[in-house]
Design a protein around this ligand. Sequence first.
Ligand code: GLU
Length: 477
Amino acid sequence: MSREIRVRIAPSPTGDPHVGTAYTALFNYVFAKKHGGKFILRIEDTDQTRARASSEEQIFSSLKWLGLNWDEGPDCGGPYGPYRQSERLDIYREYTQKLVDSGHAYPCFCTAERLDRVRAEQKAQNLTTRYDGHCRNLSPDEVAKQKAAGTPHVIRLRVPTDGVTRFMDLLRDELQFDNERIDDQVLMKTDGFPTYHLANVVDDHLMKITHVIRAEEWISSTPKHALLYRAFGWEEPVFCHLPLLRNSDRSKISKRKNPVSLTYYRRAGMLPEAIVNFLALMGWSYGEDREIFTLNEMIEVFDLKKISIGGPVFDMVKLTWLNQHYMHKMDEDAFIHYIREEIFTKDFLRRLKPLALERMSRFEQFVDNNAFFFNGALDYKHIEVLPASKDKDAVRTMLYQLLEQLDELYDWQNKPLHDVLNAHREKIGWKPKDYFMTIRLIVTGRKDSPPLTESMELIGREMVRFRIRNFVDTVLA
Ligand code: GLU
């Protein structure tokens, strides 16, 4: 009997749920379903400074919304759990020790200052910056002495100093990297947490992953992973690096050019079927010139080898066209269900009530007064947004700074929003009226909107950031 196909996505819960995660998830999901295999969700949260529980929840809900359900994962368990890396620290310690014992890894006691100095010297000489091997050959006595003295240390992979590391990529055939250019990768950090490389390989092995289907940006990590598999003496999975999604100018998709958060697309009224169909067309085609198909139809004809690697363009016009198609196909029930469950939800109306009633004496005013809570991009043609005392450049600079702050604000509520705005305004010394009115007009499109930060809370993180960015890109362009 042939081996069961097992694939996974392994997102790090550090930010907004990314379209790239959905893209990778889709191809893994379809591949698993095609072969009657399993699709696994593993949360890679070993970077404790960046991991956030709310990000993990958003990954779950966005993927479920898209219908990309997993067979094993942190929420539903499975035979190879736990599926959250922060709950597997003992496992990583055990396997790191195995590598140290077999001589494939070694403790390194170098201080951050020393590493900085080495890096600076290598840079000055135009050399590839990499660990210089200072601790590679410490004697057992020396190691014992340092440990007894309590000197903090990491564990590094002992990468061969010459030769090449080769591995197969399903879409690219053989790839090879000069060992000379591969760093003695840190596997275990001083805090006892593994790095991505170690945890990823150990888990893929223990979770019996047969195919690692992930984004192209991980190709340069793969030689390190191949070395790890070989050091452990484990069978390697099949590697398949999906093409990078690109903006229309061919640059890697980023939030500077297009929204990349799935939460944005949901808020913007894109249907999950449209997004799935759209992502399926990125580097893959159904054939027969067919652009519209369901997930099940994709599964029927899917062949992983037929993905083409020339960076597909994330084309909003195409996505919107597909969305329109799926909208028009909705029957009455689906239409009513969508309006009630996605737009005028009970929860949203409950939160809107105090803000809406304050400015209403008749319900006929409801739609007009509150349109900006539901709209997407706003129209600024008929309002003067820029304050008289500031030119475009000053406003642009102010908005970029604000966006940076808001990008980092995940606790999207009135009070933290209030604090961020106040601190920013004080720092740049704008008059309250100029500052708050400018933001109010950009975010709500009207002078008489309810209190600003309360409105921002309700409009939502995605749409507020989108409107500010859109204003910079269109009105201030
Ligand atoms: N944690 C990595 C990520 O955030 C996983 C990459 C992989 O699939 O190996 O995408």
